[in-house]
Ligand binder design. Structure first.
Ligand SMILES: *Cc1c(COP(=O)(O)O)cnc(C)c1O
Length: 426
């Protein structure tokens, strides 16, 4: 495993004396200064991930909408907003976060199967660009809310393209049995319904086929399915403007080799051109592809527990900080902040946190030469870690630091015990 390049390289790299670096700063110094567990993100990594999408879509009527749920910290949203990025939100809370970070309302799209009327109203009043609607019942509710506010809601019908699961077994949200999207067979009826409702304006059609997709083929298959539908729906008399191709481009957690964002965009645009739809507005919604490999979670080794069959390396980060292993049995690379001396004896450990759950592990069977007090980096922790972090076991949530060159600034203070108790009544 250690022969693969570091996730997020070259932003993450080792100095000549073996110190793990982020841009121009040593991660061990940041951990000493700010404590652990600590999330550290690279501004250059986020900006260069966004610019790959923007490059791939240059010269087109296109918008990149970052999926806020991947990492919703204000400083990250505002640096993306300043770089011209739009936002894909899934709740009223994310709407408020995006607006507070300086998002342009017309560059916000609102996805999700369970928008409440209150959330719809807030988004309408903010003037967002589009609602990605996932059911006929939601169309009716949105029409009601829009009428009551005296506004018109721009809607894009999110279809479930039912991309073949046998060819693409890793696709989880684009299948018929899934709660997401309007079934392929109902898409025409849904568009006709939307077009008939006075509070709605049909702005387009879209899909979102899943997450951590590491090949271009499923996107191209989904695009073909969506274009087939789009042509049928327009032939039946409902003009559809834009196409929204969702998110889901994967990152390298280990040895995966996902297509580069600019290359993927070029393939998608070529397919659109080939079918005569090159002039249409295109929206993409990358989440983890923008931030996943831009961040690490730093943690300190508390205790070593060697055993006959299994040895444990107990660290101060846990499933409440880095939930993906417990949730999805996900792999995150784990590396010491200071490389072990040549020939130092290592041992194979399960790296686990202090939470009282057997599911509280960060990595299994990792060869490490570490002592208590040493610090480790959990890689690929920029997406779906802090945004999913909890206070389980009454653990305050970690601090976050954003690095640019040789400058570091705290973008979220470590939670305190007072924070934990706030709002509780005896
Ligand atoms: C989660 C989500 C995304 C982003 O998914 P990633 O796998 O992080 O790219 C995009 N669009 C919608 C609607 C989502 O729910």
């Amino acid at each position: 495993m250690n022969s693969f390049p570091l996730p997020g390289a070259p932003v993450f790299h080792r100095s000549e004396n073996g110190a793990l670096m982020i841009e121009d700063l040593g991660l061990d110094e940041l951990a000493q200064e700010h404590g652990t567990p600590l999330f550290v993100y690279s501004q250059a990594a986020i900006e260069s991930a966004l610019s790959a999408w923007q490059r791939g879509l240059a010269g087109r009527d296109a918008l990149v909408c970052y999926a806020v749920k991947a990492n919703s910290s204000q400083a990250i949203l505002s640096l993306l907003a300043q770089a011209g990025c739009g936002f894909d939100i899934v709740s009223g809370g994310e709407l408020a976060r995006a607006l507070a970070a300086g998002a342009e309302p017309e560059k916000i799209v609102f996805s999700g199967v369970g928008k409440t009327r209150r959330e719809m109203q807030a988004a309408l009043e903010a003037g967002i660009g589009c609602f990605n609607v996932e059911s006929e019942a939601e169309l009716l509710a949105l029409n009601d809310v829009a009428a009551a506010c005296g506004l018109t809601a721009p809607v894009s019908i999110r279809v479930n393209p039912d991309v073949d699961a046998r060819t693409h077994p890793y696709i989880s949200t684009g299948l018929r049995d899934n709660k997401f999207g309007i079934a392929h067979d109902h898409a025409l009826a849904a568009c006709q319904l939307a077009a008939s409702l006075p509070g709605l304006r049909v702005a387009g059609i879209g899909c979102h086929i899943g997450s951590q997709i590491t090949e271009a083929a499923p996107y191209l298959d989904a695009l073909e399915r969506v274009l087939d539908l789009l042509e049928a729906i327009e032939a039946a008399g409902v003009p559809l403007g834009q196409i929204d191709l969702g998110g889901g481009l994967g990152i390298a957690y280990a040895d995966e080799t996902p297509p580069a964002a600019d290359a993927l965009c070029q393939l998608l645009l070529a397919r659109l051109d080939a079918r005569g739809h090159g002039q249409r507005r295109l929206i993409v919604e990358p989440g983890r592809a923008l931030v996943g490999n831009a961040g690490v979670c730093l943690t300190e080794v508390l205790y070593l527990k060697p055993g006959e069959d299994k040895s444990f390396c107990i660290v101060d980060a846990a499933m409440n900080d880095v939930p993906r292993p417990a949730l999805y049995e996900a792999f995150h690379r784990i590396e010491p902040l200071q490389a072990a001396a040549e020939g130092a004896p290592g041992r194979v450990y399960d790296v686990v946190g202090p939470v009282c759950e057997s599911g509280d592990w960060l990595g299994r069977r990792r060869l490490l030469a570490v002592q208590p007090g040493d610090r480790l980096a959990v890689f690929s922790a920029g997406a779906y870690c802090m945004s999913m972090a909890s206070n389980y076991n009454s653990r305050p949530r970690a601090a976050e630091v954003l690095v640019s060159g040789d400058m570091a600034r705290v973008i979220r203070q470590r939670e305190t015990i007072e924070d934990l108790l706030r709002g509780e009544l005896p």
